[in-house]
Structures are given as structure tokens and as C-alpha cells.
Design a protein. Structure first.
Lengths: 275, 392
């Protein structure tokens, strides 16, 4: 049982959905990432989703790609990312999930990656380009070290695929708000409510909705559509990008953006009863 | 997915969830097409009437004299479009039509796959968008113009090294965004399953023709078949029909760039390590933390840090061997073939010729060697001339 098992009961008791921001570790450098994680926690984030920068991220749009480039230019490596997480664990006990690409895990050594993740206090790992069909070794390592293996679900996933995902996914399901890559959008996907209803049937896990959620209005719409929480990446990372010259302003902007999104997580009274 | 897409431990389909339903549908369409005699008849007819198959197997006097045996060039340079890529794009274009997709997308390095996709888009009435690294847009200008003439939109990619790997990333992103109505025509025998198998199936006509023709002329199989390896499509097409014939040496030739120890090369099979990029587990040029390294080659079509999973497997089992040729060697072979045979090879194909020219001691006089001349070099003229000039 990881920290994610308490996430939804805790926020539900407060009449809210969960707010989970995403940043790339090392963007623009690791010391700043740790400071930004602190700002995100101070803004009331319910969990943190942290990316390891990768040279070739095909699931990411321009904003996260640019963050990866900044982090790699700053010399960020997976071992250094783990050390940064150790520092972050020094000031927060919120659940921490990693978002990585498979080659980074493979290269680190699959078992060693999960052992180190567990050691620094990571609760869950989502490998963006690893489908359940190829997850065998990953599941063994995740289980051995008590880390939740998280998988993606999309509105295009067939019933057979959803069953396959349900068999292996633990902690929460990363539900895609839209079919596409990461990035900020003007509106939430039209079919989100329908998809979430299908996911609710298929999974006995918290449903966190991500990809394209970038405003308080999106957060409210996502929770009204049946999500248990939201993951917001590009909208946060854009604040980093906009304040590269001024670390104080960057921290404030990231904090304020997160705060506004977090405030949009209150559920209307009828939905706030514990379920 | 019906098959796991493995070649030994390599291959598979390492992509994000939104792409999987599309890959499953593609696998089904491909398996159906294999059994569909109408599909196969249409494909064969286009290969012959539109693209000009079979391509000649030409006995090269100059190469035969240099190697001291019979040396043939398999003339894929004479295929419509100027390279072997047309075999694959005709096949995938027909698959797209069968699946009801209206739009094709493709990545391209040298521009040959982009041209071949644009051609097929024009032929079948499908919209085409081609992603091409900005560096390659500059060094392969004639192919950009050809794509545009065929009605394709060419999208320059500014990310990373602005070359083939970045074009593939961008094409995969666009595909993810437009998955419902878009068919991704993958240009080489790499990428997620089922692409490595689909591309091999559509390219194996090269090896089938080599086999038939050498048997007819010599009553035996060739001693060796050589082909350049970027992602590996022309090579796997030439090798596939010989995999069970252990007496046929299969030799892939990778881009040695400025030398394997210079760090500036694209010799993935010689110097890569187990890794995962663009949807399959294979060998990969990468740093100690798993970041993909930029490849280097004088030829845009070989400038790729990954390689098709079946080649990784053939190397591991020892069924095929992989050599490399440097930029300088490829340029010398390029100029040499022009002068000695009046044939202008693509810089990619020149790598295979260069490696063959090194094998002077290896063959007996009655041996038969086939070099796959994967494409013609018109696209390379400006780039090759300035490189030759710089080396004078
Ligand atoms: C003429 C020619 N040969 C070879 C290649 C390399 O690709 P592959 O290894 O898939 O045959 C290319 C790629 O653009 C090409 O244009």
C-alpha cells in the first residue's frame, strides 16, 4: 500500500478532488526543481508528478519537450533526479509519482530503478511508452520494491485493453483527457464524461485525469465529469519557461498558478459526501 | 495485438496507450492483406506497371574485376521514385486505403521515403504530410521540391539534431493527435510492431528477385548479399528470402561517419547497446544514462541512432554480419561508380559499394556477389560535389 491509497479518501473528506501538478526534474536545474516542488506543496498540491528528462519524448508536446531540453542542458541525470527527490521528501509526505520513458529505466537497470525509487520515497511510476503487454519485468520489480505501477487509459482503449490495464495498474489510473500529446488546450475533450464512466466501470482505482488540463475551468469540468483528481503539467511548466531569468518570480508564478488550480478542486456539495 | 512483434528479445511495441488501438488495427489489416489475393494482385500490378519491377540485376564489369568474381548490382536506383522506398509506400498506401484512412503522414531523412509517400498519395488520392528534419530539408532540396510537386506538405522539424530521429518523433506526435483518420507510413524496418514486419514483407521483393535471377543464371544461390543499413529496410528486403540459406553471407553496411572511434557515426549495430526508442527494443546509440545520441553520416538516409529490431537479432544470432564504411569511403565509392560504370548511386547505397570494394581478397573467381544499389544519387549531387570539393 503506497501513499496513493490514502489520496482520494483524504481529499474527499475535505470535499475536494485531488490536484496533482507535474514538472520535469532539472528544469531549469535540480536545485530550482526542489524549490519549485516546495512551492507546489505550499500551494496545497495533493501529490506530485515528477518527470525525468528524456532526449526523445514522443508523448510530449512543445512545452514539455522544451523543459526536457532545459533539464538535459543543465546536465540532469536519473541518479541526480533521485537525489533531488530525496531532498523533496525532506519537506513533504504527499504521494510522489514519476513519469518516465522506458529507455531511462532500462538503462538504469529495471530492478535497480525501482529499488532506488522506493529508497527515496517514490510511490508510483508511470512509464509513458510501456504498454501492459510488455510490463512483465517492470511489474516484478515494482512489486518487489512496493512501488505502484501506473498505466495510461485513453478513450480509444478497447474493452479488452481496459481489462488488460486493470490487471496490472496500481495506485491510480492516469486517464487521458484527450487523445494526443501533452500541452495546454482551450477546452477539455468533449467525450471526457463518457470515457470516465467507462473507466469507472473498468477500474477499481482513483481516476486522475491529465493531458491538456490547463485552467481552473478545466479542473472544475474534469471533476464534474467524474474524475477523482487532475494532473496539470504544461500550464505549470509554462510558468517556468516564462520566468527563466528571475527565480523568485518563477517560484511565485508556479505557486500562484498551482494555488488557483487547487482552489478549483472543491466539489459542489452534492458530490462532496464521502462515497 | 495478435503477435508480440519480437525478433529474439528485440522488437515489440513500446508506445503510449493512445497509439495501441491503431497499431492493433494496422496489424489486423496487414494480416488480412497477406491472405487477400485481390490486395496482393493490386500490389504486384502497381509494382510492375507503375514502379517498374522487376529491377535489373546488372553484372558490373568494374566491380567484378576489382573483386575477382561475379558482382551484380541490384538496381533499385531504377525503381520509380529513385529508391527501394517505393516498394514499401505502395504496400502501405494500399493498406491505408483498405483501412479507410484519408491522410498519410511520413517521416523522411534523405527525402526518398517522403517522395515515395507523396507519389503514392498522388496516385491513390490521399492527402500527404511529410516530417523532415530542418537539416535534411537543406541538404536534400531536390527531394523537397519533388514532394511538393506531388502535392505533399513538407513540415521542417527544428527539434534536436534536426534530422531523421527528430522527424520520427514529430511524426509520432502528429499521429497521436490525429490517430482517428491518419495512417502513418513508416519508412524503414524499425518502429513499433507491426511496422518492422510490414516493411520487411513489402521490401522482400528485392531479395526474391535476386534469388530468382541468380538461380536462373548460375544454378545456385549468391555467395554474399550486401546492403547499406540506415533503419534497415533495403537490407532486410534483400536478406529476407535468404535467411534460411546459411551458405549465403548477408552483410549489412552501416555509416561509419568520421570513424567508429570519432563518436561521429551512425553504426548502431556495431557500437549501439540495448535500448528502446521509437517504439521498439533494439540496439541504440545512447549515453550512459539512456539519452539517445545523435548519429552522424554524410548521407541523410543513414543518419539514424536506432536500427530495426530484426537486424539486431540477426547480428546477435550471427546470421548476418555488419560492417561499416566512413563518409570518405562512401564518397570515394560514389565517385568511383560514377566514373567506372556511369551509374550515379545514392550516398546511402555508396556505403555498400565502399564495403564491397574492401573485400578484394575474400572471394573465389566463381563466387557471385550481389550489392543492393538501394537508390540513385541525383538528390545528393549538390551535397556530394561540395564534399568532394572540400576533400581535394
Ligand atoms: C537510397 C537509400 N538507401 C538506403 C536508405 C536507408 O534506409 P533503409 O536502411 O531503411 O534501407 C535510404 C533512406 O532514406 C535511402 O534513401
Amino acid at each position: 500500500m503506497s501513499r496513493f491509497s490514502d489520496l482520494i479518501p483524504t481529499v474527499r473528506a475535505q470535499g475536494r478532488g485531488a490536484f496533482v501538478p507535474f514538472v520535469v526534474l532539472g528544469d531549469p536545474d535540480l536545485a530550482t526543481s526542489v524549490a519549485l516542488a516546495r512551492a507546489l506543496c505550499e500551494a496545497g498540491s495533493d501529490a506530485l508528478e515528477l518527470g525525468f528528462p528524456f532526449s526523445d519524448p514522443p508523448a510530449d508536446g512543445p512545452v514539455i519537450q522544451a523543459a526536457d531540453v532545459r533539464a538535459l542542458q543543465a546536465g540532469t541525470t536519473p541518479p541526480a533526479c533521485f537525489e533531488a527527490i530525496e531532498s523533496i521528501r525532506g519537506f513533504t509526505q504527499v504521494p510522489i509519482s514519476l513519469l518516465v520513458y522506458y529507455n531511462l529505466v532500462l538503462r538504469f537497470g529495471i530492478d535497480a530503478f525501482y529499488a532506488r525509487a522506493a529508497e527515496v520515497g517514490v510511490d508510483a511510476v508511470l512509464i509513458a511508452d510501456l504498454p501492459p503487454e510488455h510490463a512483465g519485468e517492470i511489474l516484478t520489480a515494482a512489486e518487489a520494491h512496493g512501488v505502484d505501477p501506473v498505466f495510461l487509459a485513453s478513450e480509444l482503449s478497447t474493452p479488452v485493453r481496459l481489462r488488460r490495464i486493470a490487471e496490472v495498474c496500481r495506485g491510480y489510473v492516469y486517464c487521458l483527457a484527450r487523445v494526443g500529446v501533452t500541452g495546454t488546450r482551450n477546452d477539455l475533450g468533449a467525450a471526457v464524461g463518457e470515457s470516465l464512466a467507462r473507466f469507472r466501470e473498468a477500474f477499481d482505482l482513483p481516476l486522475l485525469l491529465g493531458f491538456g488540463i490547463s485552467s481552473p475551468a478545466h479542473v472544475r469540468a474534469a471533476l464534474a465529469s467524474g474524475a477523482d483528481g487532475v494532473i496539470v503539467g504544461s500550464a505549470i511548466v509554462r510558468q517556468i519557461e516564462a520566468h527563466l531569468q528571475d527565480p523568485d518570480a518563477m517560484r511565485r508564478a508556479v505557486h500562484d498558478t498551482a494555488r488557483a488550480l487547487r482552489e478549483a478542486t472543491s466539489l459542489p456539495p452534492t458530490q462532496s459526501e464521502p462515497c | 495485438m495478435i503477435h508480440d512483434g519480437r525478433f529474439g528479445r528485440f522488437g515489440g511495441f513500446y508506445v503510449a496507450e493512445p497509439l495501441l488501438p491503431a497499431l492493433e488495427a494496422l496489424e489486423q489489416a496487414w494480416l488480412d492483406a497477406r491472405e487477400d489475393s485481390d490486395f496482393q494482385a493490386t500490389f504486384r500490378a502497381l509494382l510492375s506497371d507503375y514502379a517498374g519491377r522487376p529491377t535489373p540485376l546488372y553484372r558490373s564489369p568494374a566491380l567484378s574485376e576489382t573483386l575477382g568474381c561475379t558482382v551484380y548490382l541490384k538496381r533499385e536506383d531504377l525503381l520509380h521514385g529513385g529508391a527501394h522506398k517505393t516498394n514499401n509506400t505502395l504496400g502501405q498506401g494500399l493498406l491505408a486505403r483498405k483501412m479507410g484512412c484519408r491522410r498519410l503522414i511520413a517521416e523522411t531523412g534523405a527525402g526518398q521515403h517522403g517522395v515515395a509517400t507523396a507519389m503514392v498519395g498522388a496516385l491513390l488520392g490521399l492527402e500527404v504530410r511529410v516530417f523532415m528534419g530542418a537539416l535534411d530539408v537543406a541538404r536534400q532540396a531536390p527531394n523537397v521540391q519533388r514532394m511538393q510537386l506531388f502535392g505533399a506538405e513538407v513540415v521542417p522539424v527544428e527539434a534536436g539534431a534536426r534530422s531523421l530521429k527528430d522527424a520520427i518523433n514529430e511524426a509520432m506526435r502528429y499521429w497521436t493527435e490525429h490517430i482517428r483518420d491518419t495512417f502513418y507510413v513508416f519508412g524503414t524496418a524499425a518502429g513499433p510492431h507491426p511496422y518492422p514486419s510490414i516493411v520487411r514483407d513489402f521490401q522482400r521483393v528485392i531479395g526474391e528477385e535476386i534469388r530468382r535471377e541468380v538461380l536462373a543464371r548460375h544454378g545456385r544461390l549468391p555467395t554474399a548479399v550486401l546492403a547499406c543499413v540506415g533503419g534497415g529496410s533495403n537490407a532486410i528486403g534483400a536478406f529476407a528470402p535468404f535467411l534460411d540459406d546459411a551458405e549465403v553471407a548477408l552483410i549489412g553496411v552501416e555509416p561509419g561517419g568520421e570513424g567508429l572511434d570519432s563518436g561521429k557515426h551512425g553504426a548502431t549495430l556495431s557500437r549501439g547497446e540495448l535500448g528502446c526508442v521509437h517504439g521498439s527494443l533494439s540496439l541504440l546509440l545512447q549515453d550512459s544514462h539512456g539519452q539517445v545520441q545523435e548519429a552522424h553520416s554524410i548521407s541523410a538516409g543513414l543518419d539514424y541512432p536506432g536500427v530495426g529490431p530484426e537486424h539486431a537479432h540477426l547480428r546477435q544470432t550471427g546470421r548476418a554480419i555488419y560492417d561499416s564504411a566512413t563518409d570518405d569511403e562512401a564518397l570515394r565509392a560514389f565517385a568511383w561508380l560514377c566514373r567506372s560504370e556511369g551509374i550515379l548511386p545514392a550516398l546511402e547505397s555508396s556505403h555498400a559499394v565502399a564495403a564491397a570494394l574492401r573485400l578484394t581478397e575474400r572471394f573465389d573467381s566463381d563466387d557471385v556477389v550481389v550489392i543492393n544499389l538501394s537508390g540513385r544519387g541525383d538528390k545528393d549531387l549538390a551535397h556530394a560535389m561540395s564534399a568532394l570539393e572540400a576533400r581535394r
